[in-house]
Design a binder for this molecule. Structure first.
Ligand code: EPZ
Length: 434
C-alpha cells in the first residue's frame, strides 16, 4: 500500500506556492450543472476529490477536460440525475450536486454521503431547506429521492444546526435558489470564504445573490445562468497547514498565493505562540512567516469561520504536542474529530481526552514510528508530527492526504523536508526506529 516516510529533525526554509482551495473548487464545479454554457475554472487543485467530482459530473452529463490546473466543464446531457453510491461514498462533497440538479433538472437521486472518520455528518439541514422551497423529498435505501415538478420556489431557510451552520448546506440552498421562482433568504448562512467565492462566481454567471459573507444571504431567482471563466481562491487550509509545519519546526518560510484575511484567527493564534508574520502585499500575495520563536502553548476551540477552522485542528494539535506546557483543544464543529490523538500518542505525544476536550502536555519531543492516517487533515497532522519526531515516521493509508492536498510532500521537500513516497506493494522489512 502506498505510504510516506518522513525524516524528523529537519527545519524548513524558502518559498512555496499554495494551491487553489479544494473547498471552493468542489462547489464551483457542481455549479456547472446550473448552466448550459461552458464553465472554465483556473487554479483548480489536482486532487483525488477533484477527480471524483469530475467523474460524478461526467455521470450527470457534464463533460470535463482538466489540464495543468485548468478545468473546463460543459453540460452535454441533462438526462442523468443519479449521483451513485459508488462515487458519493468516496467524497461527502458529492452532496453539492443535489441543489443544482433539483433546480435545473427538477429531479435528483443522490446517495446519502454516509459517515466518515471525523464524525456524524447528516444532511438534514440541506433537505429541510430544499423541502421548504417546494421539493418533494423521500429518503430510502440509502438515497435521497427529490423532485420539484413545478420547479423550486423562494423560501426562508435556516442553516442553524446543533454545531452551528452548514457550509455545503449553505451552498446547496444558495445554488438551488438561483433558478427558483421568487426570493430565498438563508438565515445562519455560512460565512466561509469558499461560500463567498462560489456566490460571487454565481453572480458573475447572472445570479442575484446579496449578503455574501454575512449570516443572512438573499437570492432572487432568475431564468437562466451563463457560463464564464473564474479563478479558484487560495486554499487557506493548505496555507495554514504549511504555516503550522513551519511553526512546529521553528522555521521561517514564505508562502505565495495566500489571502491573509482568510486566516486571521489562525495567524493570531500562531502569533500568541511566538510566531511573527508579514504580508508583502505584492502581486504574488506572499506571506513571510517566522516560526523560530514559537514556544508558548495555547488552548483553543475549533469553530465556524471566522474562528479557528476545524480543518486545522489536528495540525495545530501536532504543533502543541512539542511545545512544553499544557494546552486544551475542543472541536465544536466535529466533536468526534479526534482520531489523530491515538496516532500522535504512538509518536510519544502526551494527550488525554476529557469529554470532548483533548488535554495536551507538550513534551518537547516525539519519536518516529509507524502510524495510520484516518482522514484528510489527520494525515497532514501526522506529516507535521513526523517532521518534528526523532528518526523516521512512516504514514500509512496516505490516500487520505491525496484527497485534499496537491503534492504536499513535494511542497514540504521544496522547503527542505525529507519525505519519501513509497509505492512498493508491501514493505516486508520493518524499518527499525532510530
Ligand atoms: C465543509 O463540510 C468542508 N467540506 C469541511 O472540510 C469542513 O470541515 C466543514 O465544512 C466545516 O467547516 C467542504 O466544503 C467540501 P458542515 P460540510 O455541513 O459542509 C453538522 C476538509 O477536510 N450538520 O458545515 O460537510 C455537521 O454534522 C473537509 O476539507 C448538520 O447537523 O460540513 C457538523 O457538525 C472536512 N446537519 C456541522 O454541522 C446538516 O445538514 C458542520 O458541518 C449539515 C451539517
Amino acid at each position: 500500500m502506498p505510504h510516506i516516510v518522513v525524516q524528523g529533525g529537519t527545519s524548513l526554509h524558502g518559498t512555496v506556492r499554495v494551491s487553489g482551495a479544494k473547498n471552493a473548487a468542489l462547489p464551483m464545479m457542481a455549479a456547472a450543472i446550473l448552466t448550459d454554457q461552458p464553465l472554465r475554472l483556473s487554479d483548480v487543485p489536482d486532487l483525488l476529490d477533484v477527480q471524483t467530482m469530475n467523474q460524478l459530473l461526467s455521470s450527470l452529463g457534464v463533460a470535463s477536460s482538466f489540464f495543468q490546473n485548468r478545468l473546463t466543464l460543459q453540460m452535454i446531457d441533462e438526462g442523468p440525475c443519479l449521483a451513485d453510491y459508488e462515487l458519493v461514498r468516496r467524497m461527502r462533497a458529492s452532496v453539492c450536486v443535489l441543489g443544482p440538479l433539483l433546480t435545473k433538472r427538477r429531479q435528483a437521486t443522490v446517495s446519502l454521503p454516509g459517515g466518515c472518520n471525523i464524525g456524524h455528518r447528516p444532511i438534514d439541514l440541506h433537505l429541510r431547506g430544499l423541502a421548504a422551497m417546494g421539493a418533494e423529498i423521500e429518503v430510502r435505501s440509502g438515497y435521497v429521492f427529490a423532485q420539484a415538478r413545478q420547479g423550486l420556489r423562494g423560501a426562508t431557510v435556516s442553516m442553524a444546526g446543533p454545531q452551528g451552520t452548514s457550509v455545503t448546506g449553505t451552498f446547496n440552498i444558495m445554488a438551488a435558489a438561483t433558478l427558483a421562482r421568487g426570493t430565498t433568504v438563508i438565515e445562519y448562512a455560512a460565512l466561509e470564504p469558499e461560500i463567498v467565492a462560489v456566490g460571487e462566481m454565481l453572480n458573475a454567471m447572472g445570479a442575484r445573490i446579496h449578503g455574501l459573507g454575512t449570516s443572512r444571504i438573499t437570492i432572487e431567482g432568475v431564468e437562466a445562468l451563463s457560463g464564464g471563466q473564474f479563478t479558484v481562491i487560495p486554499d487557506r487550509i493548505e496555507a495554514g497547514t504549511l504555516l503550522v509545519a513551519a511553526a512546529a519546526t521553528k522555521s521561517a518560510i514564505q508562502l505565495a498565493n495566500v489571502e491573509p484575511s482568510h486566516l486571521t484567527a489562525v495567524l493570531d493564534l500562531l502569533g500568541e505562540m511566538g510566531a511573527t508574520m508579514t504580508s508583502l502585499g505584492d502581486a504574488t500575495q506572499t506571506l513571510r512567516f517566522d516560526g523560530t520563536n514559537v514556544s508558548y502553548p495555547v488552548s483553543f476551540d475549533a469553530l465556524p469561520y471566522p474562528d479557528i477552522p476545524t480543518d486545522l485542528q489536528a495540525q495545530l494539535m501536532s504543533l502543541l504536542c512539542c511545545l512544553p506546557g499544557e494546552s486544551r483543544i475542543r472541536d465544536l464543529v466535529f466533536p468526534d474529530r479526534l482520531m489523530h490523538v491515538s496516532e500522535l500518542c504512538r509518536l510519544g505525544a502526551d494527550i488525554r481526552l476529557d469529554g470532548n476536550a483533548a488535554i495536551i502536555q507538550g513534551t518537547g519531543s516525539l519519536s518516529g514510528a509507524n502510524v495510520m492516517a484516518s482522514d484528510l487533515r489527520a494525515s497532514a497532522a501526522l506529516v507535521i508530527a513526523g517532521l518534528i519526531a526523532r528518526g523516521e515516521t512512516t504514514i500509512h493509508r496516505i490516500y487520505h492526504l491525496d484527497r485534499g492536498y496537491e503534492q504536499l510532500e513535494n511542497k514540504l521537500n521544496t522547503l527542505g523536508a525529507q519525505i519519501e513516497r513509497m509505492d512498493v506493494a508491501r514493505e516486508t522489512i520493518l524499518r527499525r526506529p532510530a
